[in-house]
Design a protein around this ligand. Structure first.
Ligand code: ASP
Ligand code: MG
Length: 426
């Protein structure tokens, strides 16, 4: 018998029929003798609808009242699911975040979970009930309803699993797992059976939007085994053996739990929303980086990669990247700063993309970077910028090379041949 937390998103909760489908799946797990906690999102579109209503009242709705309102989306679905489970013969009880109690700080609209009192939930589970918990919400010390930010139900699921020391947190979604890269870009992309928390964080922050990033951070911190799997696929329901060693969906876990034979690179992530700024010929003096880059941070523009090159003539060039939506604003700002610091030239380019290879195997294998550069070179792709971290190498290239770069790297790092039962190819 295991304790499992299952999280269902808005699509799975989208209609009464779909909610009944969810109940049937929960029942199959329960019938196998498992204790099940279900965390749900609002019906698809509901949170957006509520935000629309709030904005119809005020362009900048009061944050406390907005949370009071947004939390109702999930309050509806927990009750519907409880009713649905009861209608097929299970004992079930729904809880809002405040009822659990999921304690958060008071940052409305982006609250952080501070603690969870899981005792009431545990009592219900031990009495044989399925417990349903509203995702995305909590309560602060003063009893105010709070929400955790868009996509926050994933984080509720992981947090409940951590508090209950669950055997697994299952995130049911409309894809069957995490892929080596986006199958729309590289048709040979494969489902990964396993990936580490660290790799998943890198993949997620680079734009693989399967999970809310915070939920992965949370799962890594508390070592909650996290499985992403399809809500359309029933064949494996409840059929876990005791050691959970099977390959349904993608298991996000610790490095020691991933297999030895895994390729060095786990995946290729990319981000199309990039732009770069170049400030040429500024005096090479202490404090110059701060004079150029601090105003960007002060304007609330996030900087990603930074490269500084010193020329022989005692001047230096700065290149950095920002989100493409901040390009115009940053360019204006740089033109002004460039004049202040006496730069020779300020230019930019908003036709760039970032492509990254991610894998914990890099730590123990030399030559990964050179293989990456060789592969891109052989395709005639010019690399404009490079940055590295312990488990990631990123390059900036012109956007016209995105598909080519991803496919070439996918093949070069042997991801076309990832083994394991990659059932569906999206
Ligand atoms: N309903 C919330 C949203 O749409 C939370 C979630 O679904 O995870 O963002
Ligand atoms: Mg979601």
């Amino acid at each position: 018998m295991a304790l499992i937390v299952q999280k269902y998103g808005g699509t799975s909760m989208g209609t009464p029929e779909r909610i009944l489908n969810v109940s049937r799946r929960v029942k199959r797990w329960h019938d196998h003798g498992h204790q099940v906690v279900v965390v749900v999102s609002a019906m698809s579109g509901e949170t957006n609808r509520l935000i629309g209503l709030a904005k119809a009242i005020s362009e900048t709705p009061d944050p406390r009242e907005l949370d009071q309102m947004l939390a109702t989306g999930e309050q509806v679905t927990i009750a519907m699911l409880a009713m649905s489970l009861k209608s097929i013969g299970l004992n079930a009880k729904s809880y809002t975040g405040g009822q659990v109690v999921i304690r958060t700080d008071s940052s409305f609209n982006k609250a952080r979970i501070q603690s969870i009192d899981e005792s009431a939930v545990r009592k219900d589970l031990d009495a044989g009930s399925v417990v349903i918990v509203a995702g995305f919400q909590g309560i602060d010390d003063d009893g105010n309803v709070t929400t955790l930010g868009r996509g926050g139900s994933d984080t509720t699921g992981v947090a409940m699993a951590a508090a209950l020391k669950a055997d697994e947190c299952q995130i049911y979604t409309d894809v069957d797992g995490v892929y080596t890269t986006d199958p729309r870009v590289a048709p040979k992309a494969k489902k990964l059976d396993r990936i580490t928390f660290e790799e998943m964080l890198e993949m997620a922050s680079l734009g693989s939007k399967v999970l809310q990033i915070r939920s992965v951070e949370f799962a890594g911190k508390y070592q909650v085994p996290l499985r992403v799997l399809s809500s359309f696929d029933n064949e494996n329901d409840g059929a876990y053996d005791d050691d959970f060693k099977h390959n349904v969906g993608t298991l996000i876990t610790t490095e020691s739990e991933t297999t030895m034979e895994q390729p060095i690179i786990s995946g290729i992530a990319f981000n199309r929303d990039e732009a770069k700024l170049i400030v040429r010929g500024v005096p090479d003096q202490p404090g110059i980086a701060s004079r150029i880059l601090s105003p960007v941070g002060d304007a609330n523009i996030e900087i990603d990669m930074i490269v500084q090159n010193v020329a022989a003539d005692g001047t230096t060039d700065f290149t950095f990247t920002v989100n493409r939506s901040d390009y115009k604003k940053t360019l204006d700002l740089m033109q002004q700063i460039g004049r202040d610091v006496g730069a020779r030239e300020v230019t930019g380019d908003d036709t760039i993309v970032k492509v990254s290879i991610v894998g914990v195997g890099m730590r123990s294998h030399a030559g990964v970077a050179s293989q990456m550069f060789r592969t891109l070179g052989a395709e005639g792709i010019n690399i404009q910028m490079i940055s590295t971290s312990e488990i990631k190498i990123s390059v900036v290239v012109n956007e016209k090379y995105l598909e080519l770069a991803v496919r070439a790297l996918h093949t070069a790092f042997e991801l076309d041949r990832v083994t394991g039962e990659s059932r569906a190819q999206a």
